[in-house]
Design a protein around this ligand. Sequence first.
Ligand SMILES: [Zn+2]
Length: 210
Amino acid sequence: MLTWRDLGLGRGAQGKEFMPKELHCPYCGVHGRFSRVFHGEAREMESGGALCSDIWQCLACANFTYVIWRNEAGYIDYRSYPAVHTHTAAHHPSWPEDAEHAYADALAALLTEDWDGAMVMARRAVAAVTVACGAPAGTLAQEVQALRDQGLVPNALTEWASAMPQLHAGPMPATAHHARETVRFARHLLDVVYTLPHDAKRYRYPAPSS
Ligand SMILES: [Zn+2]
């Protein structure tokens, strides 16, 4: 069962609503040329947000693609059906390639309720970050702690990591809850270590004169 919570973990492009510029037609491969023929919204009681469903018609071959999307804090994340493996909205260009692949696989596993797979891949994404930052080998929670000692991540993240049993032991059977939590943790770690410094660099200010 698809849950709206899994959309938004990918975060995706900034904007108010889904635009088809990233969409590839699964039938003819043409990129970004679609006309919307249906738009529906379902209100989500808990958050007050909306889960949107669009049907887009390819302007080249006239076939239809179904897109579900959600706006979370100004970011649009989506899934399209039939699936094509060109969906890159989930990752950020600053991420290391192995972390990006592991995170994308973790998200894909969540959507098919493969909790073990999601957990394994989310752990791999976390490990890819800690290894890239030179953390000494240990449990994932210890490795995240080492990143804090380097000043790369805030206390909030290490406190969360130390409360997560799935980051202390080796691989363990995953529940839906633990799998989702691990994927979300991996996302925050990637954002803090890579996305945030990358985006902040775009807004360089001159040093204040004293
Ligand atoms: Zn087409």
